[in-house]
Ligand binder design. Structure first.
Ligand SMILES: Nc1nc2c(c(=O)[nH]1)N[C@H]1C(S)=C(S)[C@@H](COP(=O)(O)O)O[C@H]1N2
Ligand SMILES: [Mo]
Length: 213
């Protein structure tokens, strides 16, 4: 499928589900598999069909916006930051989930401390080398399981899964984690990203099936 047809189809699906009245269900619950999800042991690839191959020399991660310390990290500087590893479950809005993903990289909180966002900053706008974008509240990003991952199950992140680096926010649907990430912009006002302007939820909580706008 072409990128345009894929985007149009996924957008139409969101509109149809929304029209049917598929909205947030009740309360978070103690089970492991969120409502409406099916467990998979494979690892589907979900993106816009663009896998931007970035060399060491061309890769960078920019932290900017409402911060005291705007920085552009090159591959070496990024990898010199303290490493973390975290095992989490992965939930895609298209109803598949994958358990026990072992991600390695740099904690969001490390990047937060480096950039020192100003008190007015309340949202983070993520961008990818493929033209993707997504927005998340700063509060959600500050969870200790949020990271910019460069490895998966102990091996360097493959290009199809978002290498060189991707954002992982386990408590939200996976579209909130930008693959091929290149920038984090701290904002005072929310700014909807790629899927958020195409019918998908701003907040994306799998436990309340918060899928569509
Ligand atoms: N840059 C970028 N990040 C992205 C996407 C994308 O299209 N581009 N798709 C999102 C969606 S909808 C999902 S489910 C996950 C899929 O990650 P995977 O391909 O490793 O399974 O990446 C998210 N991050
Ligand atoms: Mo997804």
């Amino acid at each position: 499928m072409s990128k345009e047809r894929y985007i149009a189809a996924k957008q139409q699906w969101a509109e149809k589900q929304k029209a049917k009245g598929v909205v947030a269900r009740s309360q978070p619950h103690p089970e492991r598999l969120p409502p409406g999800q099916k467990l998979t042991t494979g690892f589907p690839v979900l993106d816009l069909g663009v896998h931007p191959e970035i060399s060491d020399a061309d890769w960078s991660l920019t932290l900017d916006g409402l911060v005291e310390n705007s920085v552009k990290l090159d591959w070496q500087a990024f990898n010199a930051l303290p490493p973390v590893e975290d095992v989490s479950d992965f939930h895609c809005v298209t109803t598949w989930s994958r358990y026990d993903c072992r991600w390695g990289g740099v904690a969001f909180t490390t990047l937060y401390e480096l950039a020192r966002p100003r008190p007015e900053a309340r949202f983070v706008y993520f961008t990818g080398f493929d033209g993707y974008s997504t927005n998340v509240s700063l509060a959600s990003c500050l969870d200790d399981d949020v990271l910019v991952a460069t490895s998966f199950d102990g091996a360097p992140l493959t290009l199809e899964h978002g290498g060189r680096a991707r954002v992982i926010i386990p408590k939200l649907y996976a579209w909130k984690g930008a693959k091929f990430v290149k920038g984090l912009t701290f904002l005072a006002d929310d700014k909807p990203g790629f899927w958020e302007v195409r019918g998908y939820s701003n907040t994306a909580d799998p436990w309340t099936e918060d899928r569509f706008g």
